[in-house]
Structure formats: C-alpha cells, structure tokens
Design a protein around this ligand. Structure first.
Ligand code: IMP
Length: 192
C-alpha cells in the first residue's frame, strides 16, 4: 500500500522506501506543516507526526522517532538524541558529548530505539517499536551511517564492528528501524 512518510528528511524517505518494500513510501507534500517534537517518549512523537500527516493529506501515513539510550546515563539522551549537544548541534558534537559523559570504566551498554507509528485519516493508529542493543566504543570508527553509528557496536554481531563499518543492508538487518519496519509490515500483512 501507499504510505506518506511524515518527515522532511530525504535520507529517511530513501531508507524507509527500502525497509517498507513492497509498500510504497511517499514524500510529505511541501505545504503540510509538521508538529514540533515536544513529546517525552519516542511513541508520543511518532504518533503525533503520523496523525498530523494523515489528517493533512487524507492519506495513510507513517512516522518514526528514534534515538539512543545509554545505561550509564539513566537512558539519556533518548528523545533528545538529535539535539543532545544543543539545538543546532552536529552529529559529531552529539557523539562527542555522549563519549565524554559515559564513564570509560562504567556500564558501556547502549540501545537504539525506534518507535514507528501508522495513522489513518479516520483516526485509527498502530504503533510498533524496534530496539537494537549495543555497547559504546571508546573511539569513533568507520565512515558509513550517521549520528551515533561510529561508536555503536551492536551485540547482534560478534565481529566488534561499529554500525559505521557495516554496509547499509547489514545495518538494516539488525537495526532498530529495520526491526520496527519489519514488524509494521507483518502487522499490515495480517490485516489483508
Ligand atoms: P529523529 O529524526 O528525531 O528520529 O532523530 C533521531 C536522532 O537519533 C538522530 O539525529 C541521531 O542522532 C539518533 N539516531 C537515530 N537513529 C540512528 C541510527 O540509526 N544511527 C545513528 N544515530 C541514530
């Protein structure tokens, strides 16, 4: 089916088109205004964005909200992952702050979380969540991916590579977004 993706991020549009296949992911029309991300949970933000797009377009929409949680920081930065080092912080600045704050000899456990919301114009919604557990490397490694990937070592693999050292398809196979997308596809298939 066709799903409008509630984002202005072209990278996410490309990524979800691959992850949600055979469903088709359509861009959000330019005139639709996205609500600010003011929720305290990934789920709240994802649902608000998906419902706003469904209401504005009259079409079924999806939206995700994601981030990284560090065990040593009580789950932070969580929903604040994109602006951890400040409102306009770069990926490098956010990662540097996380590497600075997680103690070298403390709990290095981290998790990527992705809430993926589905919303119909009639108000029906569905929410799935994907997680990817990992450990935080002491130094960034690799050129691929984005955000916290250079220091995220997923537990699903035993080669010790960071997410930035994996191909996109190897990352998709274990990532929080990949898992959430596969769960949503399974739920959509079950409704046919
Ligand atoms: P969102 O666009 O509000 O979902 O922002 C999520 C933020 O969490 C991003 O800006 C990254 O900092 C971080 N993040 C989410 N997913 C990933 C990932 O797959 N790799 C690296 N960082 C991620």
């Amino acid at each position: 089916m066709d799903l409008v993706l509630s984002t202005r991020n072209p990278h996410k549009l490309r990524e979800f088109n691959v992850l949600m296949a055979p469903h088709r992911v359509l861009p959000l029309p330019g005139e639709v205004e996205l609500p600010p991300e003011t929720g305290h949970t990934f789920a709240e933000n994802a649902l608000t964005k998906a419902q706003a797009a469904a209401d504005a377009t009259g079409k079924t929409a999806i939206a995700d909200d994601s981030g990284i949680s560090a065990a040593a920081l009580g789950g932070r930065p969580g929903v604040y992952s994109a602006r951890y080092a400040g409102e306009n912080a770069t990926d490098e600045e956010n990662l540097a702050k996380l590497l600075d704050e997680v103690p070298d000899d403390g709990d290095r456990g981290v998790a990527y979380v992705c809430a993926l919301a589905y919303a119909e114009p009639n108000g029906q919604t569905h929410l799935v969540e994907g997680r990817c557990e990992g450990t935080l490397a002491h130094k960034p490694r690799g050129d691929g991916g984005f955000g916290y990937d250079p220091a995220f070592v997923p537990v699903d693999r035993d080669d010790g590579l960071t997410m930035s050292e994996l191909s996109q398809s190897d990352k998709d196979a274990i990532s929080h977004r990949g898992r959430a997308a596969r769960e949503l596809i399974a739920w959509l298939d079950g409704r046919r």
